[in-house]
Write a protein that binds this ligand. Structure first.
Ligand SMILES: NC(=O)c1ccc[n+]([C@@H]2O[C@H](COP(=O)([O-])OP(=O)(O)OC[C@H]3O[C@@H](n4cnc5c(N)ncnc54)[C@H](O)[C@@H]3O)[C@@H](O)[C@H]2O)c1
Length: 279
């Protein structure tokens, strides 16, 4: 894909961070943009900022955990916008940094609900629409470098991102079987300065089973400090992602240094060694 003007991009998690940067990049290329997010206020502001670039932009409040919410997003796009050419299944949450056995049932439900089910619903709802219109189209699922390694204290997040990598690889093969026009990529950043450290703001109260402790706050601020050290901005990641779509590159690694850790893990597997701690 390389024709952007007047094509349609749908971005989940578009009110902040990487999703917002993708929405802006799409607008800079003259695309019409559908911004979907669970946070209404930042979403309204994001839509206004994108529309100020002179393109059509829509804001749709959507909880990607919920099948019906993503289905409603699909209907909105079909009825009010038109054919979808780029889909970014990007909404995600993180920040639960606990030993694998310490994450609560609610922690697992929330993380997997957003990070895994959000992508599943996006693929299920939008892929048939993209295949049906027959025009060039591309799906980008945001995983993470965490989808290729297994750091300590990240069980729900790591599991969710490994799942998104696997889903994306299968999606790629399945699309190649049935279409020459629709392709998929998986975006795998390491650290980027976004609001991910503060993802708890979007946790539904029903899945908030305990009051945040001082330790939780300390861990969150540690994550914030790490994110803010990133030398690559969300805007640069957005630009790299569009370049990958143009060149039909499947694996998008904005921080190629992480591949050293991926190689260590692969060697552990190939040589049947026990897991090496790389981070
Ligand atoms: N920031 C990083 O270092 C980093 C690294 C690797 C991968 N990622 C991934 O990038 C993606 C974007 O995260 P970000 O870093 O821009 O964080 P962010 O918090 O700045 O943006 C995430 C967006 O997703 C939205 N969201 C959360 N729950 C939602 C739900 N249930 N339904 C719809 N929208 C929801 C939030 O409101 C927010 O606007 C995530 O999938 C994240 O896991 C981020």
């Amino acid at each position: 894909m390389g024709q952007w003007t007047d094509r349609v991009a749908v971005v989940t998690g578009a009110a902040s961070g990487i999703g917002l940067a993708i929405a802006h990049h799409a607008a800079d290329l003259g695309m019409r943009v559908v911004l979907a997010d669970i946070e209404p206020e930042p979403l309204t502001q994001a839509r206004a900022a994108v529309a100020a670039k002179g393109v059509d932009a829509w804001a749709v409040t959507c909880d990607v955990r919920e099948a019906t919410s993503v289905e409603a997003l699909g209907r909105f796009v079909a009825e009010h916008v038109g054919h979808v050419h780029l889909l970014f299944n990007n909404a995600g949450v993180g920040g639960v940094r606990l030993r694998a056995w310490e994450a609560s049932d609610a922690d697992w439900q929330w993380l997997l609900g957003v990070n895994v089910w959000g992508v599943i619903h996006g693929v299920r709802v939008f892929t048939p629409m993209m295949l049906a219109h027959g025009e060039p189209a591309h799906i980008v699922n945001t995983a993470s470098a965490a989808g290729f390694v297994a750091m300590g204290n990240t069980a729900p997040y790591a599991l969710s991102k490994h799942a998104v990598v696997a889903l994306s690889e299968v999606l790629y093969h399945d699309l190649c079987d049935v279409s020459t026009n629709v392709r998929a990529s998986v975006l795998c950043p390491a650290w980027v300065a976004t609001n991910l450290w503060n993802a708890e703001r979007n946790r539904p109260s029903a899945l908030r089973t305990r009051a945040p402790s001082e330790d939780d706050e300390t861990r969150r601020l540690q994550v914030k400090a790490v994110l803010e050290k990133s030398r690559i901005s969300a805007a640069q990641i957005a630009a790299m992602t569009f370049e990958a779509i143009r060149t039909q590159t499947f694996y998008i690694f904005p921080h190629p240094k992480i591949l050293r850790d991926v190689a260590v893990r692969m060697e552990d597997i190939l040589q049947q060694r026990n897991p090496t701690r790389t981070a």
